[in-house]
Design a protein around this ligand. Structure first.
Ligand code: KG4
Ligand code: ZN
Length: 352
């Protein structure tokens, strides 16, 4: 179905149009980063208000650039995320669908990241998800490998504490580098020596968690290493000293080392046709390069979303909606509910 996608789970307002074959013909993202930057993190109340202002503007732009008259389905993020922001998106999408007598489908934000590596920009159709696929989702809220097999999505590991994106954001905030931290740390890390600092790996005692992640110790070690050498926040964050560049390069290398560490064992266990990665941290240059290099070395196909569809966007929401609708999972615009917490387990059955 030709689909209008709407995403408002955090601080990006996004609207997209996908053709029946999943090709992306319109995708617009309005970032609120500047509004939240002074607070070094997302302020939920501000985010909801910005979505309320931005959505009609984005929809009007979609109307100018695309034929909304032939839309057959509306897809919207139901959760997880900031509840005020989700309510704005779900109410807006429900009203639009109801007003135009279109079917609506609510999708899970995580489910949408999972399909994003199979989208293309430039008019190409979306790829089917090969069976089985191993998919790493790394964002501000998730750091997990998943196994996609048939209809099921099974987490293969998890983070015991912070998500990888959260750690990028917190390190950047402590140094005074602003919000969001991932892109700025990524850029500065290119200028540093990644071997300058070494960090001890976390010890997870529970044997069942052998492949789990833990990033909060790395966050603390990185911030402490900076505090021992400099006064924080940095006086001139536009021109950090070399020691900070070295620290950030070492921090980024370590996160990527740890993110890739479970891969060989997971691949040996599950023999996937494809390894994919998605979520904001999958925009990280070192992660992209090293994962692609791992694929070339091991002869495994590695798929990453186009950069523009790596951080939050509505094309992935529309695609997840198309796939749900194809299996008959539609919602009622008069009773579609948003949910703030991760509920991926409810994906197939009891969530309606
Ligand atoms: O997927 P996303 O846009 O939103 C969530 O679902 O959380 O991910 C946002 C996260 C933020 O923590 C941001 O700092 C991080 O992705 N991020 C990056 C990069 N670009 C965005 N982290 C590392 N390197 C990047 N280039
Ligand atoms: Zn996301």
């Amino acid at each position: 179905m030709r689909t209008l996608g709407i995403e408002t789970s955090c601080d990006e307002t996004a609207v997209a149009v996908l053709e029946r074959d999943g090709s992306v013909t319109f995708s617009l993202i309005s970032s609120q980063a500047a509004a939240h930057a002074p607070y070094l993190g997302v302020v939920p109340e501000l985010a909801a208000r910005h979505h309320l202002e931005a959505l009609p503007r984005l929809l009007a732009e979609a109307h100018r650039q695309s034929d909304l008259g032939s839309i057959e389905l509306v897809a919207v993020t139901r959760g997880p995320g900031l509840i005020g922001s989700l309510l704005v998106g779900t109410c807006f999408a429900s009203a639009y669908a109801w007003g135009r007598s279109l079917p609506i489908v609510g999708v899970d934000h995580l489910e949408a990241h999972l399909v994003s590596p199979f989208l293309n920009l430039g008019g190409e159709a979306a790829r089917a998800v090969p069976d089985p696929t191993i998919s790493l989702v790394v964002s501000g809220g998730h750091s997990s490998y998943f196994l996609l097999a048939g209809e099921s999505v099974t987490p293969l590991n998890r983070t015991r504490d912070d998500a990888a994106g959260e750690v990028f954001d917190k390190v950047a905030a402590a140094l005074g580098l602003g919000y969001p931290g991932g892109p700025v740390v990524d850029r500065l890390a290119d200028l540093g020596d990644a071997r300058a600092f070494t960090f001890s790996s976390p010890r997870i005692k529970d044997p069942s968690g052998a492949l789990d992640f833990s990033f909060s110790g790395l966050k603390t070690m990185t911030i402490r290493s900076a505090q021992e050498r400099l006064t924080l926040p940095l006086a001139d964050p536009g021109r950090p000293p070399q020691v900070v560049l070295d620290l950030l390069a070492s921090f980024r290398r370590t996160i990527v080392d740890w993110l890739l560490a479970p891969l060989d064992e997971l691949v040996a266990r599950h023999r996937p046709a494809v390894v994919a990665a998605s979520g904001g941290v999958a925009a990280n240059r070192e992660l992209r390069e090293r994962l692609t290099g791992w694929g070339a070395r091991t002869g495994t196909e590695v798929l990453l979303p186009p950069l523009a569809l790596t951080t939050d966007n509505a094309a992935m929401i529309a695609r997840a909606g198309q796939l749900r609708a194809a299996t008959g999972q539609l919602d009622d615009p008069l009773s579609l509910r948003a949910y703030p917490r991760a509920t991926w387990k409810r994906r197939k059955d009891s969530d309606r």
